[in-house]
Design a protein around this ligand. Structure first.
Ligand code: GRG
Length: 303
């Protein structure tokens, strides 16, 4: 059985990877900003550069390495996922959606730059992320059909069957008690699809085998749900200051794993999902202490 990183090793790994991701995001912005209308540039910068765990690009790079990929160019490709994630958070926080004033401990983009600039900025990031992914994949030496496959992965995960579809279910589910399968379906789409795509894109960029892709898919499915269960546990047990965001899902009248199962059972579910994710790596022959540790981190995190 492959080992997981120790607590200290994980801390150092995350700090190192985040720095690499921040650098690559900075470079992506330098490339993107001159191509977009001037009045949306500050809102784009705010949404993209306001911190966060940078989990999606880190997963992408870890999957790339887990299947034998080498080289630092992958960071540049991986930040496409963060560009889409940034758009989703900016739009999610708008008054017509969750109407949130605080995110990552800071005022949300529309509170600083206004609703119009934030809506435009988010919309610009969708094709911006796809184009960035395509160009970086070609830059890494992938053939055009390989690069198109990656863009397909991102588009599917972000679209109606993925993140946008999940968001619609989320909005329709407000003030209604969802069943457990409904809640799983919602989060598989809203959050899980992009996390899974992060792994798939990293692995496909390294020309992985089908067996490796299947293993990462199963791992991604488990960590996607575990991520949301952990989010619900954090929402239920931490203050807005501790979480750096406001309002919580419970405030918005949404069903959560905690409202459905209670704290103890939800914790158990998160732990089971971590174990299953780690087993998927083993079954697929993937020796990755980093991915093993990231599965654990996803449920143990405090933000
Ligand atoms: C037009 C219906 C419609 C939808 C537009 C807004 C939108 C698309 C989708 C939003 C979906 C969404 C908010 C998904 C993200 C869920 C989530 C768990 C966010 C938090 O992710 P973290 O914890 O955040 O990785 P950090 O801050 O670390 O980056």
């Amino acid at each position: 059985m492959s080992r997981a990183l120790s607590g200290d090793e994980l801390k150092a790994f995350l700090a190192f990877e985040r720095k690499k991701v921040e650098d690559a995001l900075g470079a992506a912005l330098e490339d993107l900003l001159p191509r977009i209308p001037e009045n949306a540039r500050e809102a784009v910068s705010h949404g993209v550069s306001s911190g966060g765990k940078r989990l999606r690009p880190i997963l992408c790079v870890a999957a790339f390495r887990a299947v034998g990929g080498e080289g630092a160019e992958v960071y540049s490709l991986a930040v496409s996922l963060e560009l889409i994630h940034a758009y989703s958070l900016m739009h999610d926080d708008l008054p017509c959606m969750d109407d949130a004033a605080l995110r990552r401990g800071q005022a949300t983009t529309h509170m600083v730059h206004g609703e119009v600039a934030t809506t435009v900025a988010g919309a610009l990031l969708i094709p911006g992320a796809s184009l960035h992914l395509y160009e970086r994949a070609i830059g890494m030496g992938l053939p055009a059909d390989g690069a198109r496959t990656l863009v397909g992965e991102l588009s599917r995960a972000a679209g109606g069957g993925g993140m946008v579809g999940g968001q619609v279910l989320d909005l329709l589910g407000e003030d209604r008690d969802l069943t457990a399968p409904e809640l799983d379906d919602l989060h598989r789409r809203k959050t899980g699809a992009l996390l899974r795509a992060s792994l798939r894109i990293g692995a496909l960029a390294a020309r992985c085998s089908q067996r490796e892709l299947n293993a990462l898919d199963r791992y991604g499915e488990c960590i996607g749900l575990a991520f949301q269960v952990a989010d619900d546990l954090l929402d239920a047990t931490s203050s807005a200051e501790e979480l750096g965001k406001n309002p919580s899902d419970a405030d918005l009248g949404k069903s959560t794993y905690v409202s459905l199962f209670g704290l103890d059972e939800a914790r158990l579910k998160a732990d089971e999902l971590v174990i299953e994710a780690q087993k998927a790596l083993e079954d697929g022959g993937l020796e990755s202490p980093e991915l093993r540790a990231l599965a654990r981190y996803i449920v143990d995190r405090t933000r």
